[in-house]
Ligand binder design. Sequence first.
Ligand code: TAP
Length: 490
Amino acid sequence: MAIAKRPSTEMRERRFEYAAAPEATDHLKIADSYSLFIGGRFVEPHSRRRFATVNPATGQTLSEVAEADDADVDRAVTAAADAFRSWSRLSGAKRARHIFRLSRLMQERARELAVLETMDGGKPIKESRDVDVPLAAAHFFYYAGWADKLEWAFPNRRPRPLGVAGQVIPWNFPLLMLAWKIAPALAAGNTVVLKPAETTPLSALAFADICQQADLPPGVVNILTGAGSTGASLVGHPDVRKVAFTGSTEVGKEIQRATAGSGKHLTLELGGKAANIVFEDAPLDQAIEGIVNGIYFNQGHVCCAGSRLLVQESILEPLLAKLKSRLGTLRVGDPLDKNTDVGAINSRAQLEKIEGLVNSGIEEGAEIYQPACDLPERGYWFRPTIFTNVAQSYRIAREEIFGPVLSVLTFRTPDEAVEKANNTPYGLSAGVWTDKGSRILWLAERMRAGVVWANTFNRFDPTSPFGGYKESGFGREGGLHGLAAYVELD
Ligand code: TAP
C-alpha cells in the first residue's frame, strides 16, 4: 500500500507562480468613435459632443463615445414610442423569436463581449467569460420563454405592456444589468431606451450591433451613451412610462423625487452593505471561499457584496488565520490574464472613493491587513483588504465602499448576529454559514434583506427575483417578479 507523504509546511505555504495566460484581443474591433443607437441605426449626436472611455487597467483610451443631450433623448424616446405600436401588437411567439435570436447571438459573440467587458470595465476575464456574459444570455433566453405565456404568468389577469421604458444602469455589470432591464421589458411588449454608465458604454454598443444583426425591428431597443445628465433627461421625459434604475442610493432618491406624481412606474435597485454571517459550526474552508467570493468578486464592485463579515467570536482566530492565508493566494493584476482573481478598479474616481473610506477606517481605529502583492504600475488598483477591530459606528461598517474591502465584526449569539446584520440602512442581501438547516431558516426569516444565501454567496439565476428593502430600493428583477414590473394587470 502506498502511503501519501504529507507535504511539508513550507511546501504547503509556497505560492505557485503561474505563467501569464492572457486572453487574445486580436478578434476584437473597437472603433475609434461610436454614435448613438436610435431607431435601429447609429446616428450622430445632436450635441456633437463625445467623451473618452478608458481601459482602467492601463489608463489608455479605448474609444470616443457620443454624449446624448435632451434632443437626442427626445429622438430616442420618439423612436421607441413609434416602435411600441407594432412591437406591442406582435404575437408573443414572434416577440419570443426575436428575443431568442438576441440570446443566441450573444452566445455566438460571447468571447468578443467578454473581452470588451473586461477591457472597458477592468473585471477579470474569467468573471466576464464565466459569469457576466453567460448570465446575460441566460436572461434573454429565460424571458424569451415567457413572451408567449404572459396569461399563464399572470393567471386570470390581462397583462398589458406599459409603453416606453427608460432604463439607466451602472458600471459594475454593464452587460448583465442591460440584460436584467431589456429582456423582461421586451418580453412583456415594451420598447426601451437604455443609458449605460459613462465608464462602461462599449458592451451596450456591441449589444446595439447585435440588435441590428438580429433584425430586431427599429426603435424597439435604443442605446444612448452619455453622462448623469443624459440619465436625468431620460427619466424625466414625459413619454417614458416606466423608469428602471440601478445605481447609487443617492441618485435613486433623486429619481424618485423627479418621478413622483408623474404616474410613471418605477423600480430602483440601489446600494447595499450585506452581512455575511459565519457561525461556529460552519464548514470553515467552504466559508472562507464564500467570504472571498462575497467581497473580492469583481473587485467588490458588487451591490450585494458581503462587505460586513460577522463571525461568531469562538472561531474568530482560526477564521482570520485561514482568510489571511487565502488572501495571499489571490492574483491581482492584468484583467485579461485568465489566472487573475482581482482586476482593476473601474475608474480613478472609484479608486479615490475607496482610498478615502479605507483611510477613515484607519483613522477611526480599525486594524488593516493587506497581503503583500505587486500592483501594476499603470491603471487603477487596490489590494484586497481586511479590517479587524471594527466598531459598528465606523464608516467602513456603515457605508458602501464598493471596493475589495472587508470589515470584520463579531457576535456571540444568533440574536446578536441578526441585530447587527440588520443594523444598516440597506437591505439587499445577506449570507449565512452554518451546519444547521433550522438555523438557516430561523435566520433567513429575520433578515431584512431581499436575498439570503445559505452556505454560498453571490449566486444568480434568471429565474429568481433580486432586489432590496429599505435604502436598497424597491421592485424586483429576475423571475416572474421581474416580468411583473413591465406590465399593467387588468
Ligand atoms: P450612480 O452614480 O448612481 O450611476 C448609475 C447610473 O445612473 C449611471 O449610468 C449614471 O451615469 C446615471 N446617473 C447619474 N446621475 C443621474 C441622474 N441624476 N439621473 C439619472 N441617471 C443618473 O451609481 P454608480 O456609481 O454607477 O454605480 C454604483 C452603485 O450602483 C452602487 O451604489 C451599487 O450598489 C449600485 N448597484 C446596485 C445594484 C442593485 S441590483 N441593487 C446593482 C449594481 C450596482 P454616469 O455613469 O454618467 O454617472
